[in-house]
Write a protein that binds this ligand. Structure first.
Ligand code: NDP
Ligand code: GDR
Length: 358
């Protein structure tokens, strides 16, 4: 993709490129002809598994259209250096400590990365004098709605975060709005509801379920332990949602958008659907902490509630209203809930067959 005015190849900079969304977004931007730069953290083992297929030479990790830089959202100097070197047209701030349950244990760190990290990146743009050139996307979240004040949730619904993660993301949301208003920056929030894929982190509930379904089906695991079975989410596919991120930055004006499917399912339903794909019907018995799910055919317990996975404060119900994105961006999700569950179960079956210890 080239700039209409200068005819130069467009340059995008992504934080969180090694995460689920970063990998889909990098693919999308490369397919559109962007030069894609990503910030990766130093790690003692490879953390580039989700993007290794995007190297020019996957065997030697040789970079091509995708260029990686070591960095961290907690390090301002480094962010200034990268922004000044890369001179991006678009920045997508996807980097975060993104696990809600973990944010209760790592509350200060989560605030440092998710809240102050966003401020650091916005300030780096200003320090480099690029505030009137760069378009900035912030990965905001439905977790900001938390204890929901209305159903469904729109761009106008008041926030009521229920975790250190949600509270940190509320700060990030408002600092983006403030920089847009104070410095006339093209800075936008995409308020995305849960989105999943075969690349979803292994400890988020959908992936935890599809991995366990594959392992139980193949005889590699006996049971799946879950927390709150009755929390409800508006689950979409990460590929669809990354397209929305790009669309937000191509819009004529910097605005905030809710992105969701409008369809709601419980953790219990997700579990039932996933097991159905391997021919297992679940019957539930008991209540609360002692509830179990049994294989209807064999009577064996294959799902068990474990209070260890409860959160100190829970978000019970989320349902996004993406009317504004439908109308102004022409965005619509393409992958259904059924399609998402099927794709995730099939991918995990293939993975576990190839590598049972995965
Ligand atoms: P992931 O957890 O899969 O990826 C998070 C990314 O952030 C990883 O690349 C991670 O690097 C990086 N990261 C973590 N800490 C830092 C740090 N200190 N400095 C720089 N980078 C860091 O998240 P998703 O891809 O699912 O989500 C992307 C973004 O969207 C996140 O901000 C998340 O909060 C937000 N979001 C996600 C939704 C979802 O349903 N997936 C919904 C709404 C918002 P590493 O690989 O090294 O760990
Ligand atoms: P969430 O996703 O907290 O919505 O945040 P997660 O998949 O972790 O939880 C969804 C719901 O499932 C319930 N649950 C469990 N969750 C996990 N992780 N493990 C379990 O065993 C389990 N059992 C039940 C949870 O209590 C919760 O109600 C995700 C992240 O990607 C955020 O970064 C993002 O902002 C939001 O989605 C939108």
């Amino acid at each position: 993709m080239t700039d209409k005015k200068t005819d130069k190849r467009r340059v995008a900079l992504l934080t969180g490129i090694t995460g689920q969304d970063g990998s889909y977004l990098a693919e999308l931007l490369l397919s559109k002809g962007y030069e894609v730069h990503g910030i990766i953290r130093r790690s003692s083992s490879f953390n580039t598994g989700r993007i290794s297929h995007l190297y020019a030479n996957t065997k030697t990790h040789t970079m091509g259209g995708m260029i990686l830089h070591y960095g961290d959202l907690t390090d301002s100097t480094n962010l200034v250096r990268i922004v000044s070197q890369v001179k991006p047209d678009e920045i997508y701030n996807l980097g975060a400590q993104s696990h809600v349950k973990v944010s209760f244990d790592l509350a200060e760190y989560t605030a440092n990365v998710d809240a102050l990290g966003t401020l650091r990146l916005l300030d780096a743009i200003k320090t480099c004098g690029m505030e009137h050139h760069v378009r900035f996307y912030q990965a905001s979240t439905s977790e900001m709605f938390g204890k929901v004040q209305e159903i469904p949730q729109t761009e106008k619904t008041p926030f009521y975060p229920r975790s250190p993660y949600g509270a940190a993301k509320v700060y990030a949301y408002w600092i983006v709005v403030n920089y847009r208003e104070a410095y006339n920056m093209f800075a936008c929030n995409g308020i995305l509801f849960n989105h999943e894929s075969p690349r979803r982190g292994e400890t988020f509930v959908t992936r935890k379920i599809t991995r366990a379904v594959a392992k139980i089906h193949l005889g590699l695991q006996d049971e799946l332990q879950l927390g709150n079975l009755d929390s409800k989410r508006d689950w979409g596919h990460a590929r669809d949602y990354c397209e929305a991120m790009w669309m937000v930055l191509q819009h004529e004006k910097p605005e905030d958008f809710v992105i969701g499917t409008g369809e709601v399912h419980s953790v219990r339903e997700f579990t039932e659907k996933a097991f159905q794909h391997v021919g297992i019907s679940i019957v539930w018995e008991g209540e609360g902490d002692t509830e179990v799910g049994k294989d209807k055919n064999t009577g064996k317990v294959i799902v068990r509630v474990n209070p260890k996975f409860y959160r100190p404060t829970e978000v019970e119900y989320l349902q996004g209203c993406a009317d504004k994105a439908h109308k102004l961006l022409g965005w619509k999700p393409k992958i259904s809930f059924e399609g998402l569950v099927k794709e995730m179960v099939e991918a995990d079956l293939a993975l576990m067959k190839e590598d049972p210890s995965a």
